[in-house]
Design a protein around this ligand. Structure first.
Ligand SMILES: N[C@@H](CCC(=O)N[C@@H](CS)C(=O)NCC(=O)O)C(=O)O
Length: 207
């Protein structure tokens, strides 16, 4: 398998799951600043021109959540539960995460970390305030759930946890106030104890 990635928000969770599972993937770095994600060769893999993407034999897969699912299924890992009802529970959190929780952390990531790199100016204060308010509303829901659940889908870690955690490694720089939510902090501490989560990317030698 080949996993195309950059050291950014969405590929991070796919790389972390690949490393956590010790999956037999070759990591292929895609240089976004050089526009490698818009090359014809890369667009043939992912017509969205985004990372991550995965090639596994004849399968070309994009969307980080689907890639995590594919890697977990292929490894026979309970990160993607074998039980159907548990799969539904994982899907609930993946779906909610992409529409709500990580949508807010992702927007803050864009304002604080991507705009400066792309020369798009300073974070817009009113927009940032709205994003933080939206994050707080979502975080209250997750915090309430985690009060009685060790992980998002229950007692065991799943790909939903990797997805939900996507924006939290950047929280200091992106001013995501997750420290105000004690059950999220307790839950995230478990993720942060995983070597693959803390250090999801392969070492790269300078070009
Ligand atoms: N929904 C996609 C989002 C992928 C995505 O937006 N990736 C960003 C990096 S975090 C990207 O490739 N950006 C390049 C661009 O938009 O030009 C996923 O979860 O895989």
């Amino acid at each position: 398998m080949k996993l195309f990635y950059a050291t950014t928000f969405n590929p991070r969770k796919a790389c972390a799951v690949a490393r956590h599972l010790d999956a037999p993937v070759t990591f292929v770095h895609v240089d976004l600043l050089k526009g490698e994600h818009r090359s014809p060769d890369y667009l043939a893999v992912n017509p969205n021109g985004r990372v991550p993407a995965l090639i596994d034999g004849d399968t070309m897969l994009w969307e980080a959540d689907a890639i995590m699912c594919h890697l977990a299924r292929k490894a026979g890992s309970e990160l993607w539960p074998s039980d159907g009802a548990q799969q539904v529970e994982v899907m609930r959190w993946l779906s909610w995460n992409s529409q709500h929780f990580s949508s807010h952390t992702g927007n803050l990531y864009f304002e604080h970390l991507i705009k400066p790199v792309l020369g798009l100016g300073e974070p817009e204060p009113a927009a940032v305030e709205r994003m933080i308010g939206a994050f707080r509303d979502s975080a209250a829901v997750l915090n309430g759930h985690l009060r009685t659940h060790r992980y998002a889908a229950g007692d065991d870690i799943t790909i939903a946890d990797f997805a939900l955690a996507s924006g939290l490694p950047y929280a200091d720089d992106t001013h995501v106030p997750f420290a105000d939510f004690p059950h999220i902090v307790r839950w995230y501490t478990q993720l942060d104890a995983l070597p693959a989560w803390r250090d999801p990317y392969p070492a790269r030698t300078a070009a």
